[in-house]
Design a protein around this ligand. Sequence first.
Ligand code: DMJ
Length: 665
Amino acid sequence: AGPPRRDFISVTLGPEEAVGVGGYNNGKAWRRRSCWRKWKQLSRLQRSVILFLFAFLAVCGVISYTSMGEAWKSITNKLLDDQRTEQEIPRLKLADPAVLPAPQKADANHGDYPELSLQKPPKPAHVRRGPSNLQIKAPWRDTRLKTQHDTMRAVEELVEADKVDKTEKSIISWRGAVIEPDQSTEPPSSKITEPEKPSSMEAEDQKEPVPINERQLAVIDAFRHAWKGYKDFAWGHDELKPLSKSYSEWFGLGLTLIDALDTLWILGLKEEFEEARKWVANDLVFDKNVDVNLFESTIRILGGLLSTYHLSGDSLFLEKAKDIGNRLMPAFKTPSKIPYSDVNIGRGTAHPPRWTSDSTVAEVTSIQLEFRELSRLTGDEKFQEAVDGVMKHVHTLSGKNDGLVPMFINTNSGQFTHLGVYTLGARADSYYEYLLKQWIQGGKKENELLEDYMRAIEGVKKHLLQRSEPKKLTFVGELAHGHFSAKMDHLVCFLPGTLALGAHNGLAADHMKLAETLIETCYQMYAQVETGLSPEIVHFNLHAQKGHKDVEIKPADRHNLLRPETVESLFYMYRFTGDKKYQEWGWEILQNFNRYTRVPTGGYTSINNVQNPSNPEPRDKMESFFLGETLKYMFLLFSDDVDLINLDKYIFNTEAHPLPIWMPA
Ligand code: DMJ
């Protein structure tokens, strides 16, 4: 048998082609060569067909890529959009504030006055939280000159209103007066990021305190006397009845005490302030089944608590302000959003007076400073939205007469009622005051407010100003269905102060002239009366009659309720002019209050007859505004310290409670 047969194929391997050396790469090279060998073995025809197929597929690929690209892009974008929306929805929900949320930083208030947002792109509103320290002292004259220079921007150049380019939103024109709103201040902001640091907490600009002078000491004495009566006989109740040594209740909320808190602070009555604070902390409860008047409780209670918070830095007052603010909100639940006059703060229900569904115009338009400030402090916009809504609505209403408003507005229809009667006195007065003051509070940006104010003052000049005989005193009368009446309420005496404040803030210079004339008239309403105290209402003589003064008083009008308006205007006039005569006039008034209304056992009283010095007929009631307003304005009038409530930093509400002007950071 021969050897076994072995069949084999001989393969020649190069060094790098050995299996296991070079591995995968070597395999690829081998495959490449084998493909090439196969390609070479094909016929020429076969090769041409294959090449043609490749070329064809390449052309198709390019065409379909471009059209697919567009479709793909839009699909991708949509997916991205969807993703964004999904992220935003939960974010918006989170931003939805709780009842009293942690305050947030706000943007400008352009929502309410849309045209104003065109002036400037909204900047992040870094609102300076509260004015600087009350104890800042500065030489009066220097500061006055500086502030006047800074703020007086009245431009005398006459321009026809209808020729003004309506697109020039930064210029406000009124009958030829062109006002350039001060751009140094920010638009109102409704939200902040953290609770306000109130004024007293700011340690900036500490200066030597200006010593209190003799006349201020006399005011402190008067205040202490009033406070003693209240403390002894009416503590924690609304008003003192100093003759019967008892009290009266209106809302049952310690009205006098709350109204007086910031006066105590300003007068430096620390001990009394601490005592009052204790009452607020332990005894002031708003959860009560009681009807309160929206306007009165806003200006006295909410305003008083907010200003005391700013002055003292004590968060107790802010907490109380939030509480009452929330409890007043049901008043705005009306068909027209014009609030009802009365709210039950315990039940959360509101209603108009029993006999009508009307509200008073001054009442619904003089709660704005307070609610706007509450929004700024809490970050909850609902307060500001409610009151700004009222102003916007009133701005559009017909029934005005050259900017003058009727006295009533219906809560169902939202329309003015009782048309044809125009006054700057009761039921309309503070509408005009708050137009200007809101404009200032918000940084002079809300043009509709300024327009309404300027128009109204023109209306006053056109329809209500007359001169009396024999002294030719300029006074503000009333218009009833086309008939002028020479009647002027003491309440109208807020007007000189408001006009002066407007002029100080850059409005027409003739407003200051009018203020000077009118304050003289208001002073004469005291000086021409037997007790040197003004009656509630006077009638001016239009024709000279032998033995008659300018001022006539009807028996029903000869009472005096210790009202503040004239002293308030004297304070503004002195601050802005430095003319000592205003202090002298105020001093006379204080002395006459002491002579005829001071009750020996404590307190001051309203009187029934300002014409009878031997028996002024005391009424047995001390109104809360005597402590909240009258004595506070007296104290400020006698001060030469421009920084004792600096009028470029604070705006007084209509109950003399100073609130900060919203400043940029
Ligand atoms: C105050 O309550 C306020 O000043 C209000 O605006 C008008 N009436 C009294 C003071 O007279």
